[in-house]
Ligand binder design. Structure first.
Ligand code: PLP
Length: 378
């Protein structure tokens, strides 16, 4: 029996998604672009999911575009939205703790001469909406801020920041990478004042390799793939119908009890933090009001990888940072103000739909035992 606590990296697909994918592969294999019956059936299935995703974020389904995942959605939003049209604005505002799929896209724009302002958390680990708004000026083309940080669970003040920005600079585009918040923290695109929102299938008990980008009507984005003109020309390539259908099934299954799951995650987090507080010298890096689904802690003196392997021996799977960083030192945690010792020993515990108290008790016990045996061995 394994205890999987790495749900920010990816989630186990829910039964509903697996069944929907199988059924689709088995009996709805048409190409949505084909004009015959099988093509129309596939197109209907895709559009049903478009509607469903639209409903969950109160968006017009026509504004939902399917992509290969949030990496592509983020790239498309950042690289496709700036530098279009007449007056050239060349400033972009973001944060120092964005996912690499936003941050590296921003670096590409920097190479092309854009000025990118990356707001770092203050000494308390916060990024206030005022600081974001103050960084924006009339020359700002885009503001890109994530909803929930994938390493610490920090919830960004996206609503207040984007609202303030739109009031002052209605022409400034706003993008939100909502991957770690979708199906966990309910939001409407209008309440977020977001022109673009990125979503991913595999973080919400759906399949990998599928995602979506919401683009508000009237916003012009340049495509980055060219071909058959699918997704209204924004994202050419035959739609990944089975995975779209799988993502839709996951959205349907998870949207039923978002608030109940959130409360449960809060209880589990509180219970885990209490257990951890009984251990000596364990630092909690996530703030109290962070998303309860992501808990970042450090156990100084034990490097993350060593702890990960110790826990793995017991069938407990957590991570040291984001899955993409694969052992590299986290610049995000550094930006959140952690010293090298805390970054080197950081552990990310991310809860999922199936997480129960016993999983977190076993983890706390494992961390306690690791401290006893690994620190003694030094
Ligand atoms: N944005 C955030 C905040 C993420 O956590 C991730 C995945 O780790 C992504 C974007 C990329 O998503 P995908 O794996 O669908 O490309």
């Amino acid at each position: 029996m394994s205890i999987y606590l790495d749900n920010a990296a990816t989630t186990k697909p829910c039964r509903e998604a697996v069944k929907a994918i199988y059924d689709c592969l088995d009996s709805n294999y048409g190409n949505p672009s084909s004009l015959h019956h099988e093509g129309v059936r596939a197109q209907i299935a895709v559009d049903e999911v478009r509607k469903m995703i639209g409903r969950t974020i109160a968006a017009d389904p026509e504004c939902i575009y399917f992509t290969s995942g949030a990496t592509e959605s983020n790239n498309l939003a950042v690289l496709g939205s700036v530098g279009n049209g007449g007056k050239k604005k060349n400033r972009i505002v973001s944060t120092a703790v964005e996912h690499p799929s936003v941050d590296r896209a921003l670096s590409r724009l920097e190479e092309k001469g854009f000025e990118v302002v990356r707001i770092a958390p203050d000494k308390n680990g916060n990024i206030s909406h005022e600081r974001i708004i103050n960084a924006v000026d009339s020359n700002t083309a885009l503001v890109s801020i994530m909803l929930v940080n994938n390493e610490t669970g920090y919830i960004m003040p996206v609503r207040r920041a984007f609202y303030g920005i739109k009031k002052l600079y209605p022409g400034c585009l706003t993008h939100c990478d909502a991957v770690q918040g979708y199906m966990k923290i309910p939001f409407k695109v209008s309440e977020l004042s977001a022109d673009m929102v990125s979503l991913s299938g595999h973080k919400i008990c759906g399949p990998k390799g599928i995602g979506a980008l919401y683009v508000r009507k009237g916003i012009h984005i340049k495509p980055r793939t060219f071909g058959g003109g699918q997704e209204k020309g924004l994202r050419s390539g035959t739609e990944n119908v089975p995975m779209i259908v799988g993502m839709g099934a996951a959205v349907k299954a998870l949207s039923r009890d978002i608030n109940e799951r959130y409360s449960k995650a809060q209880e589990l987090k509180a219970m885990f933090l209490k257990k951890i507080s009984e251990l000596e010298n364990v630092t909690v890096n996530s703030s109290e009001d962070a998303s309860p689904y992501i808990i970042n802690i450090s156990v100084p003196g034990i490097r993350s990888e060593i702890m990960l392997h110790f826990l793995e021996e017991r069938g407990i799977y957590i991570s040291s940072g984001s899955a993409c960083s694969k052992g590299e030192k986290s610049s995000v945690l550094k930006s959140f103000g952690l010293c090298d010792e805390l970054v080197d020993s950081a552990l990310r515990i991310s809860l999922g739909r199936e997480t129960i108290g016993a999983d977190l008790s076993a983890l706390a016990e494992g961390i306690g035992d690791a401290r006893k045996s690994l620190l003694k061995a030094k």
